[in-house]
Design a protein around this ligand. Sequence first.
Ligand code: FMN
Length: 741
Amino acid sequence: MDWKAIHRWLGLTAGTLAFVLGLTGSMLAFDPVQQAWQAPAAPRDLSVATLVERVTRTVPGAEEIRHLPSGAIVVFSFNGDQAQASYVNPANGQVLGAWQPSAPPRWVKSLHRSLLLGDAGRWGAAGIALAIGLMCLSGLVLLLRRMGGWRRLVARVRGSLAQRIHVVVGRAVLALLLLTSLTALTMSASTLGLVALDAGADPDVASVVPGDTGQTAPQSLPGAQLPMLQGLSIQDLRKLNFPDSADPVDTWKVLTGQGEVWIDRYSGQTLASQDTTFAQRLYDWALVLHTGEGAWPWAVVLAFVGASVLLFWWSGVVMWWQARRQAPHITGNSPLTQADMLIFVASEGGSTWGFAQALQDALAYSGHRVHTGALEHFQTTAATRQVFILAATYGEGQAPAHASQALERIEKLGANSVPVTVLGFGDRQYPAFCGFAEALEQTLRAQGWTELLPLERIHQQSAQQFARWGEALAQALGEPLVLDYVPRVPPTTPLTLVARQAYRKHSGEPTAILRFAWPAQSAMERLRGKGLARFAAGDLVGIVPPGSAVPRFYSLASGWADGFLEICARQMPGGLCSTHLLGLQVGDSIAAFIRSNPGFALPRTRRPVLLIGAGTGVAPLAGFIRRNDRHTPMHLYFGGRDPAQDFYFGPEIQRWLGEGRLASVQAVFSRVPEGGGYVQDALRRDAERLRGLVAQGALVRVCGSRAMAKGVAEALDAVLAPLQLSVSKLKAKERYAEDVF
Ligand SMILES: Cc1cc2nc3c(=O)[nH]c(=O)nc-3n(C[C@H](O)[C@H](O)[C@H](O)COP(=O)(O)O)c2cc1C
């Protein structure tokens, strides 16, 4: 079943009306809260008989006593021709003031119940309640799929702001919202007459007038002397009707949660009783659960649930809009049966379609007929010469929703001689990096499909990595091929260089720590989301060099709170961006934007933190240490080549040690005698100590080249084996994150 389509379709249609119900529901929820404040609640141990006695004294002509869900007591009376309803203090019967039926304006109620459309509207409102229930169910399925199962349901949420809001709010209120929609349906069923709640006609009862004594009119028993009322606690009473003074055969009528009872006004005997039906009890429960009547703390919860619909609706629409913007608009698609090159895509957020378009354009440019489609349509035709699968991974190594059946489909199809090449898209911060692409690769090979290129895995939609894959592809095809993927670049802000510290002036590639300032922003600009986004150490700054549309990303060595933006840039041979950066003079500007890297950010923690970095990879780690005002025990392992050349942040590191921001540092250098080798060698030597830190719950952050990160992971796997732990287990617990380049 396509849960996503159901969820999205319902959200965009019924969701907009659900937003109205949520808003009005929230407003209505204030009523029980206000009611609870209006009059004192009756004490628990008060008997109805005592209350009747007090009321008879203070309210002449009392006809009815109601015990409101809020706990307050209201007495209805007739004073001459004047009907009155007053709050009464149950402790002494004193009249407190006139009773106001209900505070919220009628139209709010009417909008909530029937959209101001009478009976047809009631059906509409019930339909929306049903739709909300279905959205809750489909939402749960999608939530589980996104997070990767029940066990990971509470894990940190990733994605765009709208996605995070949708998921976080969903986790908090899904069950409550489902309950609200079910209770609404229960209530609608009775209002629409689908179930009968009437207990049936009142029994035909009458008080028996005692035999004529010949002198006076027969005396009614005062309410205070009725045995039934003496034994009835006010907590159980809902409503008590006094016998009509003008009708000698009228009776007392008592309504409780259990049912109705009629009492003879002379003898105090019970004349008849009627039990509450199951349907009535159900309705009563639904009423309390849906309205919070008589349970003001619950009403407050309901107000939040109502308001959450607003957030759902807004974030849902934004998510839909974002997905639409990224939706596949493949241009220049050839018909499947005529294409010699097929591209199949599996994407959740839509970005992989952009890569497919670049591949399609490049292949078409070299004269191929190319067809691009979604992976669930995987197939080959007589014309097919090559197949490429571009697949993103979600959840814990899962397929994007639309391609959830693709593996099974491929398993059922027999292989033929057409080579199928898989290109995975993912993020190294997830334990199952490109897990779905790997599963596809395995299945295809097991089925006997050949390949033009082995599986390649693209980290964080890297345009550079994709271009390198394109070069390998061009070589394998024996054709000139240029993959020109132009990512969508957010608006940039000019940053001005305010300081630079150069390293390696004499040998090796020049490197510099560059510090930038950003233009001042007014509060209004910030509100409108203009200017540089706030950032923390470990987030990325995207820099668009002049003459290119493709940004390069650098890890940030500072946070917004530091008041400057700092990176450590190394000259890449022939690198457009690094040449630009290293050529900057103080006062020059660059065009930049922020990309958050939430998986790598360091949460506030008291646990020990193990920071492992090599070369310029120490930059984000330096940013973490710089902000460590709380003196969390941070331990740094730094790997360089030569302390005279590339001990980046060396003097600062010494200072941070002295200030207690850094608990210890192990710096090793691979190109000098007795330098200590590589950083992974230092880890192996410190195995015992590291096991101790990890056993204390340490968080680990690793930053550096891909080869270095691999070496570190292997070394730590060996170190942690005696603890029955591994890097992938720590990753799954979100205790280990890498930032590799
Ligand atoms: C909620 C969520 C879960 C993800 N799970 C994984 C994962 O388990 N493994 C992985 O390698 N990448 C994972 N990613 C990263 C995406 O696969 C990666 O960003 C990909 O480029 C997105 O492509 P798309 O926009 O076409 O869907 C996840 C991303 C999100 C937002």
